[in-house]
Design a protein around this ligand. Structure first.
Ligand code: 2RA
Length: 339
């Protein structure tokens, strides 16, 4: 017996990864319904040897559905997930629409699975940069609460969607052929360039992407006083984000202890070869479930500081895998009506 699952936003980069992961992880399915905008209705997607036809999302799309995995943007989630909850479904939403709502758990299964127990029908998947950072930092935070995080991110094109990934390749080709690079998905050429994340900027000069790391991490760690500052940058990489993190504790945190904790942490893989100067790279993190962490070192500017570097697949653990792991945890905790 399996669950009746709907994917809302099945044609996007995350939607297609959700499909792959449900098959790869042998998720218990009795039905899989693919929902998208009317623009995509009628298209088919292969799944476990079948061709599933995409349906336009509508008021009766969620009848009989147990679980919705949504990755179709904030406005689609805002419109349709309350309808899905009303129809009796539990929804895991990858958009930012509900992440900071007090009655919506914001969950990274390796960090705060117990928050799932309070769900009211919708569970929010954190932003990709937040997922990657919290998985890596949780093992340290549990031993000695982190007082302050300074984050610099190096975010792949995939965070702006499948078309953006294609565009950065087209830009590179154009530039190499001395032609003007296309800029439909990005405001500026990304190939051979980088730019500050172009989400709207607040009165303090921080963009929305940076404030997501601040606000979401505090909610996931249940640490409202945790001081965080982030600088988010878009870089010409295809689908894995990287982050340079500076951590401040109340007391010195021995590097060897930090290394051991991270090496044993779920969802994380320690990658450090000091002799060969080999540490996590986006090309190694791409397609991996684990967040790769390395170059853990004492902060030479502060006795209670640590520095570390990470790379993680933005589409996989940064979005689709975390959402499927939330769905698996919901089932494990008996939080979805049994089929
Ligand atoms: C980005 N985190 O990378 C955002 C969207 N997933 O642009």
């Amino acid at each position: 017996q399996g669950y009746r699952v709907a994917i809302l936003g099945a044609t996007g980069a995350v939607g297609t990864e959700l499909l792959e992961l449900l098959a790869e992880r042998k998720f218990p399915l009795s039905e899989l319904r693919l929902l998208a905008s009317s623009r995509s209705a009628g298209q088919t997607l292969a799944f476990q040897g079948d061709n599933l036809t995409i349906q336009a999302v509508g008021h009766d799309s969620f009848a009989g559905i147990d679980l919705v995995l949504a990755s179709a943007g904030g406005s689609i989630s805002q419109n349709w997930l309350p309808v899905a909850v009303q129809a009796g479904a539990v929804c895991v939403d990858n958009s930012s629409a509900f992440r900071m709502a007090p009655d919506v758990p914001l969950v990274v299964p390796e960090v705060n699975p117990a928050d799932l127990d309070h769900h009211q029908g919708i569970i929010a998947n954190p932003n990709c940069t937040t997922i990657l950072m919290t998985v890596a930092l949780w093992p340290l935070h549990q031993v000695q609460p982190i007082q302050r995080i300074i984050a610099a991110t190096y975010q792949s094109a995939s965070g702006a969607g499948a078309r953006a990934m294609a565009e950065v390749k087209a830009q590179a080709q154009a530039i190499l052929n001395n032609k003007t690079p296309p800029t439909e998905s990005f405001p500026y050429p990304l190939a051979f360039n980088l730019f500050l994340h172009n989400t709207p900027i607040n009165a303090q000069g921080y963009c929305q992407e940076e404030m997501k790391m601040v606000n979401e991490t505090r909610k996931i760690f249940h640490a409202p006083g945790l001081r965080i500052s982030a600088t988010c940058v878009r870089v010409p990489v295809l689908r894995a984000h990287s982050e340079a993190l500076n951590l401040e504790f109340e007391q010195p945190f021995p590097v060897t202890q930090a290394r051991e904790l991270i090496a044993q942490a779920p969802g994380v893989k320690l990658v450090e070869n000091w002799e060969n100067n080999y540490f996590p790279m986006p090309i190694d993190a791409t397609g991996q479930d684990d967040v790769l962490v390395g170059r853990i070192r004492q902060d030479i500017s502060h006795p209670n500081g640590l520095e570390l570097w990470l790379c993680g697949d933005q589409i996989r653990k940064g979005a689709a895998l975390n959402a499927v792991q939330i769905a698996e945890a919901l089932i494990e905790r008996g939080l979805v009506k049994t089929p």
